[in-house]
Design a protein around this ligand. Structure first.
Ligand code: NAI
Ligand code: ISE
Length: 337
């Protein structure tokens, strides 16, 4: 039988995921949707033959919903993840797991009390074929011992709601997660360096770009440029420098055109196209495992908690003028091993 899914939040990624689950992913059906904008919610419900719920918690507790997907705004995540755990239902929550460390603590406590892992956080880069290949290259020892990582996360432009804090907690969260996963290492300290302000980041008060600097337990030094307004495309880069060589994340394949004495290659305009394969693989894996009664295979609630803790320290660091701060990550309980 198909997995009966309820989706909460029908903005950009919520709609993408509903479409993906309905047209691309096998073994599932979107049976329920919820959205604070009722007109949008009802329209999508009708389009996909799902039931509309004005209240997300009512959707979670509906007997017809077997698994929950949370794609609402960041501050609404924790409430719905907690309600799903209380209902004992598997929940796929888009990143970040929560905006506050205390909410993450409550979630990992509740999941352990439930006694089984039901939460997956939507850090889809772990499923991206390029990042997978990069991780294999590091693990095979091709570049020797990793020492330094240079990365950048450039968004083409930003929504009016973007803030300096979100730049780290919302965009930077992907980097914090994927680099910890890639290097199989934990952060011990971090800081944020603020370069000259971009004139294109029109919004008053948005510090852009920002450079996150992290040091890991093994002593690897990481720098990540986070930009909200590259103006030229959505560009994700990552280079790992080892003592025998370097390994670089590949760009997605794109045709090279040569005309009029120039050479051009398209750059993805947004995360939707850049990571389309990763989202597809991620959601199929979540559906397959959930149907088989297995634990989720992607980022866990614990990983979401580690990202939130790290982002929080980096945020404090930026507010306090940029001096490096210690990152004290708690010991991972056996439950999450
Ligand atoms: P968006 O602003 O386009 O959509 C959010 C939607 O959630 C809006 O339609 C809003 O009305 C709705 N909403 C807010 N509170 C709600 C509630 N309590 N109940 C029901 N609906 C509610 O934002 P977008 O870009 O779709 O992002 C949504 C979430 O997905 C964010 O948490 C974001 O961090 C994450 N995301 C993850 C991506 C990834 O690469 N994994 C990419 C884009 C977003
Ligand atoms: C957005 O919420 C995402 O998760 C995208 O993957 C990221 O690149 C973007 O910066 C975020 O705002």
């Amino acid at each position: 039988m198909d997995l009966q899914i309820g989706v909460i939040g029908l903005g950009a990624i919520g709609r993408d995921h509903v479409k993906r689950l309905s047209q691309r992913i096998t073994g599932c059906k979107v049976v329920a949707v919820s959205e604070v904008n009722e007109a949008v919610g009802k329209e999508i419900a009708e389009q996909y033959g799902a039931r509309f719920y004005a209240d997300g918690e009512e959707l979670i507790n509906s007997p017809s919903v077997q698994a929950v997907m949370v794609t609402a705004w960041d501050p609404a995540h924790a409430q719905y993840v907690m309600a799903s755990i209380k209902a004992g239902k598997p929940v796929f929550c888009e990143k970040p797991l929560a905006t506050e460390v205390s909410e993450c603590e409550e979630i990992v406590r509740a999941e352990q009390e439930l006694g089984r892992r039901v939460v997956q956080v939507g850090f889809m880069r772990r499923y991206d074929p390029g990042y997978q290949e990069l991780k294999r290259a590091i693990q095979e020892g091709k570049i020797g011992q990793a020492m330094v990582v240079h990365a950048c996360h450039r968004n083409m432009s930003h929504a009016a709601t973007m803030t300096s804090e979100m730049s780290i907690k919302n965009s930077g969260a992907h980097e914090i997660d994927v680099l910890r996963w890639l290097l199989e290492d934990e952060y011990v300290s971090g800081q944020v360096v603020l370069p000259r302000q971009s004139r294109i980041s029109a919004k008053e008060g948005l510090q852009d770009p920002q450079i996150m600097m992290l040091r890991t337990e093994k002593g690897i030094c990481i720098d990540v440029e986070i930009s909200q307004s590259s103006g030229y495309g959505y560009d994700i880069q990552c280079e790992v420098v080892g003592d025998l060589g370097t390994a670089r994340l590949p760009d997605p394949p794109a045709v090279i055109t040569k005309t009029d004495c120039s050479r051009t290659t398209a750059i993805s305009p947004d995360w939707q196209s850049r990571f389309v394969e990763a989202y597809n693989i991620e959601l199929q894996d979540w559906v397959d495992r959930t149907r088989m009664g297995q634990e989720p295979g992607g980022a866990s609630a614990w990983d979401g908690y580690m990202v939130c803790l790290t982002a929080n320290v980096l945020g404090q660091c930026r507010e306090e003028g940029g001096t490096a701060k210690e990152i004290k990550l708690p010991k991972k309980p056996d439950f999450y091993r």
